[in-house]
Design a protein around this ligand. Structure first.
Ligand SMILES: Cc1ncc(COP(=O)(O)O)c(C=O)c1O
Length: 380
């Protein structure tokens, strides 16, 4: 079955008892056992829940993995991956990553004894030099946040494996509608399912999809031991969102491409960072790695300081001033004061996250309305 068909049918089989086209939501926290010391398919909802399991089947199918796990948030999913490492192991991450991931790695995982370092994942020589004999995990995000850098997943998988490490890819921005990291050689995919997978700004969720039974088993053990599972209601909402994932993402990509082209010809804008523009340094790679569009996230820089940038970001009417992304509603934010405020100021500067950047999450509204909104805000 094709992607769009799987998004609707895998994990969403009709209820055999009632014929309901949408499987019922199972809220039960516990399940009757056949006998003392005997176990049925489900026993306790932290260890497994039918509604969550349906969702996990859809996620595994869409990413092409052997198994998926649904978490209470994207950060819970990322944290679970970091628990694969022990004190003394080295974790290497790209520099262009979500601010919350940076905070978790630098201020929680690092102090626990895991050696954490960052390197530019778009420069393979620099990245290779950052590997150490004890590197166990390479963590990348592509397109990167907030600079929309493109990292070569196949090359990173080859590098990681040559150094005896796993490659994990945060696929939140691209989604499996555009990029399948496991097919490109990654071992593991992570999602903030709060974003495109849910798609409607009404749930918080995370997901991991493993490329092997062994890794899935290790992660399942950690998830069950630590407990940050997704609730049945959120699992149901996420399953519903996934059915329209490809349609939404493809349409949002088209609008983002048009806005990026318009902004890049506007004198009030210093530069536009969007992989769909031919002058973007990752354009050729993105053309190869992303199918069906270049994503619906774009960042641009204005000619102005922190205060002026803040004024522009606050002046839009349709683009709402909020962190998060990936939903049908368009959002606008200032990375320096919002999504990337948890970066140390020196690291923000070193990684090119300037005060005059504005990040857009392009939704499903009409492109003409979105363009008019940005136009009036740039005059603010
Ligand atoms: C790329 C990326 N990864 C991870 C996360 C964390 O996910 P959550 O907010 O669902 O915990 C986010 C949240 O914004 C994100 O944008």
């Amino acid at each position: 079955m094709k992607f769009r068909t799987r998004a609707i049918h895998v994990g969403n089989e009709k209820d055999p008892e009632t014929g309901a086209v949408v499987p019922p939501v199972h809220f039960s926290s516990t399940f009757v056992q056949p006998g003392a010391g005997e176990w049925g398919e489900f026993d306790y909802s932290r260890s497994g829940n039918p509604t969550r399991q349906n969702l996990e089947q859809t996620l595994a199918s869409l990413e092409g993995g052997t198994g998926a796990l649904a978490f209470a948030s994207g950060m819970a999913a990322t944290h679970c991956v970091t628990m694969l490492l022990k004190a003394g192991d080295h974790l290497l991450a790209g520099t262009d990553i979500y601010g919350g991931t940076y905070r978790l790695l630098q201020h929680v995982v690092g102090p626990s004894g895991v050696d954490v370092s960052l390197a530019n994942s778009t420069q393979l020589d620099t990245l290779e030099q950052a590997f150490k004999p004890n590197t166990r995990l390479l963590w990348i995000e592509t397109p990167g946040n907030p600079l929309m850098s493109i990292t070569d997943i196949t090359a990173c998988a080859e590098l990681a494996h040559r150094h005896g490490a796993w490659l994990a890819v945060d696929n939140t921005f691209a989604t499996p509608a555009l990029t399948r990291p496991l097919a490109a050689g990654a071992d593991l995919v992570m999602h903030s399912a709060t974003k495109y997978l849910g798609g409607h700004s009404d749930l918080l969720a995370g997901a991991l999809v493993a490329g092997s039974e062994e890794l899935h088993g290790q992660l399942y053990y950690l998830q069950n031991a630590c407990g940050a599972v997704l609730s049945p209601l959120e699992s149901f909402l996420l399953s519903r969102g996934l059915k329209t994932l490809e349609l939404r993402v493809h349409e949002q990509c088209k609008t983002a491409q048009q806005l990026a082209e318009w902004l890049s010809g506007d004198a009030r804008v210093k530069r536009v960072l969007y992989p769909g523009l031919p002058n973007h340094p990752g354009h050729a790679l993105a053309k190869n790695q992303m199918q069906g569009g270049f994503g619906a996230m774009l960042t641009f820089e204005i000619d102005g300081d922190l205060a002026k940038t803040k004024r522009v970001a606050e002046a839009t009417q349709l683009f709402q001033l909020a962190v998060s992304l990936g939903a049908v509603e368009s959002l606008i934010e200032q990375p320096a004061t919002m999504s990337h405020a948890s970066y140390d100021a020196s690291d923000r500067a070193a990684h090119g996250i300037t005060d005059s950047l504005i990040r857009l999450s392009v939704g499903l509204e009409d492109v003409a309305d979105l363009r008019a909104d940005l136009d009036q805000a740039l005059n603010a």
